[in-house]
Structures are given as structure tokens and as C-alpha cells.
Ligand binder design. Sequence first.
Ligand code: GLU
Ligand code: ZN
Length: 308
Amino acid sequence: MTVRGRFAPSPSGRMHLGNLLAALLAWLDVRSQGGVMVLRIEDLDPQRCSLDKAAQLVEDLQWLGLDWDEGGLEPEYCQSRRWDHYEAAFRRLEELELIYPCYCTRAERLAASAPHASDGAVVYSGRCAHLTAQQRKDLEAAGRRPAFRVRVPREEITIEDGHMGSYTQQLDRDCGDFIVRRSDRVWAYQLAVVVDDALMGVSHVVRGCDLLSSSPAQAWLHRILGYEPPQFYHLPLLVDAQGRRLSKRDRDLDMGVLRETYTPQELVGWLGWLAGLQDTPKSATPDQLISRFHWSKVPKTSIVVGST
Ligand code: GLU
Ligand code: ZN
């Protein structure tokens, strides 16, 4: 079967070194197996995303020397233009009686949540799962607009990550009922990513470790909707010399600044070195890294980013 991989950035700002590493490794994973690369624009949030930023993102990837076989700015590959697909999946979940409205404000949500033991994320308590029809009516009358959650079962889900190995969550305890549609009617990432990966035939998902904890819920949602979950590969986080996670706040690692500092080959060579594919950060093109790519070389623990 042909491998189909994707890169799915959000055009909410300029890409960051971590996004570039994910893009490069997703690309190498596909190209080293003669697969098909899809570029999907995850521009669900109209407040934060724009077509200009998406165009910039596409141009930044091209500058780096990455290419793709499907997608980009075409409407069928932009989440903001795919609402019908999310609507259909949502209706399917409604038919399965897995959807309920949640009227909690942000403060109520936090108060009614249990912190997740391992990563500090909050797990929704299910506060609105059992509201009566009258209670819902009263809340609506008071002007509350609900978000919609999907009810997760008490079930252990294990994903076999192609890079990180086995990862298990008990959905009700470690994830909780999660939002699939926000109160402003914007579709949630968790629903959109599953629907899109399924409809775009994505077989391999390569992305940062920050999304590992979302993967069991996504695998579960794939199955509930009648799809086969993709094979996941999660990459270690990039950290600074003090072990702190690099963030969007580290402006010097933002694509705007990186492009002023490095040539595309210097940047790709540096990323290839961080990913364990070459012994030094010497310049390289993405093509030159294809034959050197193997998952066994890629670190599994945090990658320290110093200067080159
Ligand atoms: N759009 C997400 C991001 O840019 C990535 C989603 C994914 O790879 O599943 O962080
Ligand atoms: Zn609620």
C-alpha cells in the first residue's frame, strides 16, 4: 500500500523550528518510501488564521525545498473550507448519541476539571453530561451558547507509535469528554484532524510530541466514525540548553528570522543533524537526506538546540 503522509500546519503565525523539523521528517518519511505527500492548511480558527499567513507558510516550505503532491492552498485542503465534512461527522456522532452540549464557562470548566496526572492538562469532569432538558432550556434562555462534547467510554486505548512505542490512555480518566465544536461554532481540531486524515487517506502522521497525548482520543474517534487510524510517529520536543521547551516566544527561531540568518541548505542541514541523520550540521538539501533517513537514527528524548 502506498504511504500517504501529511504536513498539517496552522497558519496562525510564522512557522517555528519545531514545525520545520516536523515538516522535514514527515517529508522524509514519505519520500524515503516513494509515498504521497499532502499539505493541509489547518486554518479552523478565523480569529487567528488568515489566507495571507497560509500563503506565507506555503512560501516558507517551498523556500526550504520541501514539496508535496496534493494540497496547499486549494480549498479542498484548507480546513476553513471543509465544514461540510465536519458537519457530517458530527451528525454521525449525534446519531450514536455521543454528543452533548456543554454550557460551562471557562472558569466553570477549570473548576470542574481534574488536572491530568502526567502532563498537567485538565480533564473535563462531565459536569454537563447529565443536564435535563429543562436545565438546558434555562441555560439557553439565559443566553448561554453551548460547546459540544463527545462522550468517551471507560476504555483503555493503546497506540503503537512508530517512533515512541506504546502509549496508553484510559479515555474517561486521562482525556475526558472532549470538545468537537466550540461555542462560537468553530469546529475543534480534534474532530477536524480525524475527519481530514481519514478522508485524505493519510496512513502516516508525523508530528511533535506535544500531540502524543491527543492520539488515543483521535484513534478512538477514527474507529467510532468507521475509519482505520493512521500510524503515528511522534517527534521529541526541542528544548534549550536549560531543558526548557522552545516556544513561539523564542523569536530567533521563527521562520522570519531563520530566513535572514541561514540559507535553506544550512537550515535543512542543521535540522538533519538535530534529527540524527548526519554527524555534523553541514549544509544539505532535503533530497540529500532521503537516503540517510531512518527512524532508528532519530532521537527519542528531547533534542537540545544550541547555535550551529
Ligand atoms: N495543526 C497542528 C499544529 O500546527 C498540527 C496538527 C497535527 O499534526 O495533527 O500544531
Ligand atoms: Zn459543561
